[in-house]
Design a protein around this ligand. Structure first.
Ligand SMILES: CC(C)(COP(=O)(O)OP(=O)(O)OC[C@H]1O[C@@H](n2cnc3c(N)ncnc32)[C@H](O)[C@@H]1OP(=O)(O)O)[C@@H](O)C(=O)NCCC(=O)NCCS
Length: 220
């Protein structure tokens, strides 16, 4: 794999917006999930606002990773959304580098905001956990309908509505700057989900409870 550069995206990256959108759509298709439709225009808007992080291949200039910042409730909550890494570049730490930069950007632009996310991805939970996020109940996430609109195209949306947004297959995570403890030492990392077996077990229990008629659930 060639070396890559992670930076705050700008207008110089506008021409990569379309391939990023395509990769997001392909990846959602492969995972069997729905996904909030992002358009190249929307990603370009984020780039021009300085609210997107991009990783590009140093040799080809192609995008290899991306995510952007969204805010709710007048900046009270911030999320680093739309994380995507090109399949050929996965498992090399690209997502970790992109999310770290997005976290740094979120902290500097919105120092008082709670940084939040919902996901079923173990990789994302692991990265978030290393950054200081903790698991949280959905009641601690924004009440703003616009936040939950992002879930509408997920195949499991009926669970979220059925439970009145109390629970779904995703785990909510939050970094609260007012309660943040110092970053854990490297050997103490990944406390929240000590191992894959715990997570898999938790996911199975959730699927049994929330999807009793489905053999296997897929989610974002
Ligand atoms: C999820 C995704 C962003 C991860 O990107 P990546 O660049 O491969 O992740 P990284 O290499 O930075 O891995 C970060 C950590 O997660 C772990 N990890 C990566 N993929 C994993 C997987 N499939 N299962 C379990 N752990 C995984 C890595 O081992 C690493 O842990 P470490 O810090 O202990 O080494 C990428 O697979 C992707 O784009 N998927 C499709 C889109 C998606 O699911 N986005 C997230 C929506 S919430």
């Amino acid at each position: 794999m060639n070396s890559y550069t992670v930076q705050i995206a700008s207008q110089a990256h506008f021409d990569l917006a379309e391939s990023i959108c395509n990769e997001m759509a392909e990846s959602a298709k492969a995972r069997g999930t729905g996904i909030a439709k992002r358009t190249p225009d929307y990603l370009q808007e984020k780039m021009s606002e300085g609210k997107a992080i991009i990783a590009t291949d140093d040799v080809t200039g192609e995008f290899v990773g991306f995510c952007y910042i969204e805010t709710w409730q007048h900046g009270k909550f911030v999320a680093n959304s739309g994380l995507i890494v090109k399949p050929s570049h996965r498992q090399y730490g690209v997502a970790k580098a992109v999310k770290s930069k997005a976290f740094e950007l979120s902290r500097s632009r919105f120092p008082d905001a709670k940084i939040i996310g919902i996901t079923t991805s173990l990789a994302v939970m692991k990265i978030n956990s290393d950054l200081g996020y903790e698991p949280t109940t959905f009641s601690e996430l924004p009440v703003d309908d616009n936040f939950w609109k992002g879930c509408q195209s997920c195949v499991n949306y009926d669970i979220l509505t059925r439970t009145e947004r109390k629970i779904c297959l995703c785990t909510g995570m939050i970094y609260d700057p007012n309660q943040a403890s110092p970053k854990p030492e490297s050997d103490e990392k990944w406390i929240f989900l000590k191992n894959l077996a715990d997570f898999t077990q938790l996911k199975k229990i959730k699927e049994k409870l929330l999807m009793p008629f489905h053999k296997k659930g897929k989610s974002k």
